[in-house]
Design a binder for this molecule. Structure first.
Ligand code: PCA
Length: 150
């Protein structure tokens, strides 16, 4: 038997962790639960496309800021640790922050969730903006970590 795990954390995902995309496997473990289709409550980000084909959310205070669609999960401590490792939080590639999200359908209950925001990186200024990170774009451009050149 595996040791019991604990904790329940809401996590909002907008990129490769969504259903049908490459890193969703981390949310298919028994202790992750899908909580619904959601979006950020306020328009306060822009989405950029990194060279390896994954999205970066960056905060924006100008009127180009958008509401971001994604999925909400409830995960345990172990899964949150795995997600932090994937997103390389310890190196500052992404930072894990909290945000208010709401269901995309009625009733629009608001929940607070963790999400992964781009760290302060030099390449951000030159990356192209995208409006959404969907399966078609992902399948076209995403390079898993073990397939990237160094
Ligand atoms: N993975 C995280 C952040 C960006 C990415 O590709 C996510 O899906 O939310």
């Amino acid at each position: 038997m595996s040791p019991s795990t604990s904790g329940a954390h809401n996590v909002f995902v907008y990129g490769t962790l969504k259903r049908g995309l490459y890193n969703h496997r981390l949310l298919e473990r028994g202790n992750a639960r899908f909580m619904g289709e959601v979006r950020t409550k306020r328009a306060q980000h822009v989405m950029l496309l990194a060279d390896a084909g994954y999205p970066y959310l960056v905060k924006s205070t100008t009127d180009d800021a958008r509401v971001i669609d994604g999925e909400l999960y409830s995960v345990d401590d172990d899964t949150l640790t795995l997600l932090d490792e994937l997103e390389e939080v310890s190196t500052g590639m992404y930072t894990r922050e909290t945000i208010e999200v709401e269901r995309r359908e009625e009733p629009r209950a608001t929940k607070e969730a963790y999400y992964y925001l781009a760290g302060d990186r030099e390449d951000l200024a030159r990356l192209p903006r995208i409006d959404a990170y969907d399966k078609a774009l992902h399948d076209d451009v995403y390079l898993p970590k073990d397939q990237r050149g160094r």
